[in-house]
Design a protein around this ligand. Structure first.
Ligand SMILES: [Zn+2]
Length: 253
């Protein structure tokens, strides 16, 4: 155990190193999404902006189970939705939603979406999450509701409307659909998704059991500054990454 080192934010000597790092984090995020049960048929996608081709992103192959995805399986998709690296098809909804989010938010390096059970259940209520736990304060005044549903997202205009609803926030609840989270790193976007799903679960249980007490505004704002920063989101992912790489090292192939 003596070779274990505390985590530190990575820096890169070359764009190739940075690209490989992003792809490793992305493959690990899919394995974790499977581990947590966020898979449902062919739904769900996480994207990572390429560090050199800034209007291209890496994404999962359509129809490959999250639990099977390796670094070498990831697709690179250009700004027209064409697969320029890889042989599998890309999910049309992944391109339509994520291309517009990446275009509208130059700061966003990664975006995550799936049809996780508690997120989609919460999304049917047409409400944002309330500050009822320390953890959910990461989203306090930092998540939006996309208050519309018109079928599977296949139209770039709808992708634009979702990106507009997201605004400068770290997450959006897509009504009658599910959750969408973004981050400055793949780590951050994936961690926000995992913790937001749990926050939906927590509020559903709390409201089923009674009337949860809200954290008052001043303390919710303070807590948001403590648990909701880009660095906090990145850090939250590190033990999960270590766990999944230890369990499933083939994800790095
Ligand atoms: Zn979806």
């Amino acid at each position: 155990m003596s070779d274990r080192q505390p985590h530190s934010f990575p820096s890169f000597d070359s764009v190739e190193d940075e690209r490989l790092h992003r792809k490793q984090r992305l493959a690990a995020a899919f394995r974790l999404f499977s581990r947590f049960g966020f898979d449902e048929g062919v739904a769900g996608h996480i994207t990572a902006r390429d560090p050199e081709l800034l209007d291209h992103f890496w994404v999962n192959p359509l129809g490959m189970h999250f639990s099977h995805i390796r670094v070498s399986d990831l697709l690179l998709v250009n700004d027209k939705g064409e697969v320029v690296h890889g042989t599998w098809p890309v999910n049309a909804a992944a391109f339509v939603i994520h291309s517009q989010v990446h275009a509208a938010r130059p700061d966003v390096m990664a975006a995550a979406h799936s049809h996780s059970v508690y997120g989609k259940t919460w999304s049917t209520l047409g409400r944002t999450l309330d500050p009822i736990t320390q953890d959910v304060c990461a989203f306090y005044e930092d998540h939006a509701l996309f208050d519309d549903y018109t079928g599977v997202v296949l139209d770039l205009e709808e992708g634009k409307r979702i990106a507009h609803a997201l605004g400068d926030n770290k997450a959006a609840i897509l009504r009658n659909h599910g959750l969408l989270t973004v981050g400055h790193t793949v780590d951050e976007a994936a961690f926000w998704f995992i913790t937001m799903e749990r926050s939906c679960h927590a509020q559903l249980m709390a409201e089923a059991a009674g009337t949860p007490v809200l954290i008052e505004q001043e303390n919710a704002e303070l807590t948001a500054s403590q648990v909701g920063s880009h660095a906090a989101g990145w850090y939250g992912f590190q033990p999960l990454y270590d766990r999944i790489v230890a369990e499933q090292p083939d994800l790095l192939d």
